[in-house]
Structure formats: structure tokens, C-alpha cells
Design a binder for this molecule. Structure first.
Ligand SMILES: Nc1nc2c(ncn2[C@@H]2O[C@H](COP(=O)(O)OP(=O)(O)OP(=O)(O)O)[C@@H](O)[C@H]2O)c(=O)[nH]1
Ligand SMILES: [Mg+2]
Length: 455
């Protein structure tokens, strides 16, 4: 955070580009007097809506509309902020933005307003991320979760944990300072019961955050299997659209196709791939190469099998090539398709691996599949009080959890106060990275650059 950073003034279109009833240009920083004199020819009253003309350099009126002025520190960014609400046409908005640049602003980078709000302690990092998640939310549940994070539901729980970690650190470090009594301090049960309590709280938070992350990011399901087994038919059945071409010719799908659906507010990214078989056709070979790339990235692979043909049920027997590449993988669910032909009952069996029988053509058995996918991901629904979380948050919580376990072991096995204290320090750092108290600059850059411009 350099001084220069805070001294410059940024401007951006805050509404979506294109035509609209109104368009908003937002300005934040120092030196807004130049805008009052040059653009508005008056000083708008703070926090009141003022109807103004927007003047060009030569004194022409570019547009007219409402102006909102929020003096620092009571603004979104914590700096002086000016919002210019004009007519939402691209040419008008461009001129207005150009005028702001003439008057000393520079065009804002993506997420720069939120970044300033964060740097000025208006919001913490998890809240800033929640703003982006709210804007990007694709379901009502995801939006509600993002809103809760924005209000601080997630940050508050992280902070409570950090508080407990600090208290315990103080206790353990005090013990180290009195070496004669250190062992008594550490073995009196207080530290170990506090550590266990922390582990429990962290696990609960991690489970909530996992739901939140699923709600935001969803999961990726890849449909794989032999040609003609009905992968594309299953994609169409799940998405309710005629996305993929379905024919009885083996090798119909050659490229990767994607569809997105939602279950209980969780996005499900479904990927259809080329059927896997030995082929001399170079297009089909390329399709299979791409199929494998998708399989590698999948959260879950549905191995589609034609039940009207001779088949195995054990995934390892059906698909040795997969298990050669991913030994011991438990990401595979066998889908026995075409039960309308084989007359198998629809539903799920565990053998001990899951096998789901359905008909993609007649749409029978699909609810069991959807239910199964939710269970696989540990998704219990976007309940009351859930909040969105990101992978980054899960990593931090996981790291903190691992180190806490280690601390508990150090204590139990060696009564090693110094090591426990060091572990607690690491836990604190990991947790604080969620709210942004200890976060590297390059990570901040990465987070805010994924925001939209003007936010
Ligand atoms: N009776 C019946 N036919 C099905 C069912 N699912 C798919 N089919 C038929 O099986 C054939 C192949 O279906 P596709 O969905 O194209 O199979 P695919 O696995 O995508 O095949 P490739 O793209 O070649 O790998 C088509 O004629 C479908 O109509 C089903 O549940 N019942
Ligand atoms: Mg296909």
C-alpha cells in the first residue's frame, strides 16, 4: 500500500456496459473539487441527491442527471466518492468517463473500488469476495449465501476462532516463560481440552464452508463410456435441452460439450465426451484425448454402460484404462443406461460401489442419479444461515485444521510447549488469511483482478 496509491483518483462505469435507463459513473479518491468546478459547476450537498448538468471542457452539456457525493470516510471505499447517474447510453457514458479522465481521474482496474474498501478497512477480504460472489451468483441460494458472507457471517466465525487461538497462544507462551512450571501448565488438561475444542469448531466451520463453496462453484460431472452407451442422451435428459446430437452411430460425439444445471441452488457442470474406443479416425482420437483431459478434472465421472448389451458392473472390470491412470480412484459411478430395453428396475444399488440404473431416453431413474450426486459431494442443501465460501477459504481452513492436529500430537506425545506455540501461530496466520489480515500482495492482486470493472 503505497502513498501514491491512495492519492490518485479512479473512475469507472459502475453499471453494465450497453444501453440502459440510467448509467452510473463512479469516482473515488482525492481532489474531487476539480470535478465540482469543471464537471458540475457546483458542490453537491453530501449524501443528498442533487440534479446537475454534466459539463464538457468547452462548456457544452454532455448529459444531466443525479449526483451523489459521499465524503470520506463515510463511503464505500472510505475515500471521497462521487456517483454520477446519467442516461445509460454507451456514447454518453463514454463521454462522461472521458471527462472524468480529463479532470484527473484514471480508469479503475477491475475490483479496484472494492480493493480500496478493503485497504481502508471498510470490509475484510472475505466480505470483498462476497461482493463479487453476489454479483456472479447464478441461483437465489448462492445470492443469499453471498449476502450473508457480505454481512460478515463467515468472517465473524473466523474471527471468533482466531480469538480463541490467540488466547490459547498467550496461555502456552506464558507457560514457556516459566520453565519450572511449564510441564505442569501443559499437562493440567486445559491446553489439550482447548485444542480439542478448537479442532471441533474448525471442523464445523469447514463443513459449512464446504457447502458454501459447493453452492458457489458446484461440481463437475463428466459423462464417459463406450460409444453409443447413451452419454449424450443423458446430457440432454439432465439439462432438459437438445444440446448434444444423439444418433445410433457409434462415435457421434467428437468434441467436448458442456451444459449447466442447478440442483437445490448448486451449479452442476455436466460434460459430455467422445465415446472411448480404439479408433483409426484421427478426429475421434482427438476427441478421446480431450475426453481424458476432462475426466482428469472431474469431481465425479459417470461411466455410462449400455445395459441392453453384455456388461460388467465392477468399474475396474469395465474400465481398466481409467484405473491404470487413476489407481484407487473413488470418483466413478456406473450408470446402467437403457433399462427400458433390459427391463432392469430403476434406482441405485451399492455393490459396494454405486450403480445407478436409468433410461436416458425415457427419463426414468434420473432423480436417484441427482440425489446420488448430491450425496457424493457432501451437499446437504443451502440451509438457513449458510454462506458462500471459496476454494481459497477451504484451503486455509484445512491447513489450520492440519496444524491444530499436529499441535495436539506435540502436546500429547512430548509436552512440547514451544512447538505447540509455533503451531498456534501458524493456525492464526492461516485463519487470518481468510479475512485478509495476513495476505500476500500478489494474492490480493489475483483476487481483485477477477472482479468486474466499476466494483
Ligand atoms: N432404448 C434406449 N435407447 C437409448 C437410451 N439412451 C440412449 N439411447 C440410444 O442409444 C443411441 C446412442 O445414444 P447417444 O446418446 O448418442 O450415445 P453416446 O454415448 O453419446 O454415443 P457417442 O457419442 O457415439 O459416444 C441412440 O440411438 C439413442 O437414442 C435409453 O435409455 N434407451
Ligand atoms: Mg455422444
Amino acid at each position: 500500500m503505497t502513498l501514491a496509491y491512495h492519492q490518485d483518483t479512479i473512475a469507472a462505469l459502475a453499471t453494465a456496459p450497453g444501453r440502459g435507463g440510467i448509467g452510473v459513473v463512479r469516482v473515488s479518491g482525492k481532489g474531487l473539487e476539480a470535478f465540482f468546478d469543471g464537471l458540475l459547476r457546483e458542490t453537491p450537498r453530501a449524501r443528498y441527491a442533487t440534479f446537475c448538468n454534466f459539463y464538457s471542457d468547452s462548456g457544452d452539456i454532455i448529459d444531466q442527471g443525479l449526483v451523489l457525493y459521499f465524503p470520506a470516510p463515510n463511503s464505500f471505499t472510505g475515500e471521497d466518492v462521487l456517483e454520477l447517474q446519467g442516461h445509460g447510453g454507451p456514447v454518453v457514458m463514454d463521454q462522461l468517463l472521458q471527462r472524468c479522465v480529463e479532470l484527473g481521474a484514471r480508469l479503475a482496474k477491475p475490483g479496484e473500488f472494492s480493493e480500496r474498501a478493503f485497504l481502508n478497512d471498510k470490509i475484510d477480504l472475505a466480505q470483498a469476495e462476497a461482493i463479487a460472489d453476489l454479483i456472479d451468483a447464478q441461483t437465489i441460494q448462492a445470492a443469499a449465501g453471498a449476502m450473508r458472507s457480505l454481512q460478515g457471517a463467515f468472517s465473524e466465525r473466523v474471527r471468533q476462532l482466531v480469538e480463541k487461538v490467540i488466547q490459547l497462544r498467550v496461555y502456552v507462551e506464558a507457560a514457556i516463560d516459566f520453565p519450572e512450571e511449564e510441564i505442569d501448565f501443559l499437562s493440567d488438561g486445559h491446553v489439550s481440552s482447548e485444542l480439542n475444542q478448537l479442532i471441533k469448531l474448525l471442523d464445523e466451520l469447514l463443513a459449512n464452508a464446504r457447502q458454501g463453496s459447493l453452492m458457489r462453484e458446484g461440481m463437475t460431472i463428466v459423462l464417459a463410456g463406450k460409444p453409443n452407451s447413451g452419454k449424450s442422451s443423458l446430457l440432454n435428459a439432465l439439462s432438459g435441452k437438445d444440446t448434444a446430437i444423439v444418433t445410433d452411430i457409434a462415435g457421434t460425439t467428437r468434441d467436448v460439450l458442456r451444459e449447466q444445471i442447478h440442483i437445490d441452488g448448486m451449479p452442476l457442470h455436466i460434460v459430455d465426451t467422445a465415446g472411448l474406443r480404439a479408433s483409426g479416425d484421427s478426429i475421434e482420437e482427438e476427441g478421446m484425448r480431450r475426453a481424458w483431459l476432462e475426466i482428469e478434472k472431474a469431481d465425479r465421472v459417470l461411466l455410462v454402460v449400455d445395459s441392453s448389451q453384455r456388461y460388467h458392473l465392477d468399474p475396474e472390470a469395465i474400465w481398466p484404462e481409467y484405473f491404470e491412470r487413476f489407481p484407487g480412484s473413488d470418483r466413478v459411478t456406473v450408470v446402467l443406461n437403457k433399462i427400458d430395453l433390459s427391463e432392469l428396475p430403476a434406482g441405485i444399488q451399492r455393490r459396494p460401489f454405486p450403480v445407478i440404473s436409468l433410461s436416458a431416453k425415457q427419463h426414468t431413474g434420473l432423480p436417484s442419479l441427482v440425489e446420488h450426486l448430491k450425496v457424493c459431494m457432501g451437499y446437504t442443501g443451502a440451509g438457513e444461515g449458510s454462506f458462500t465460501a471459496r476454494r481459497r477459504h477451504l484451503q486455509a481452513l484445512n491447513e489450520a485444521g492440519g496444524v491444530l492436529q499436529n499441535a495436539a500430537r506435540q502436546l500429547a506425545d512430548h509436552q512440547a510447549g514451544e512447538l505447540v506455540a509455533e503451531d498456534l501461530r501458524q493456525v492464526q496466520t492461516a485463519l487470518s488469511s481468510i479475512t485478509g489480515e495476513f495476505t500476500a500482495d500478489d494474492l490480493l492482486g489475483e483476487i481483485f483482478s477477477s472482479f468486474c470493472i466499476g466494483k
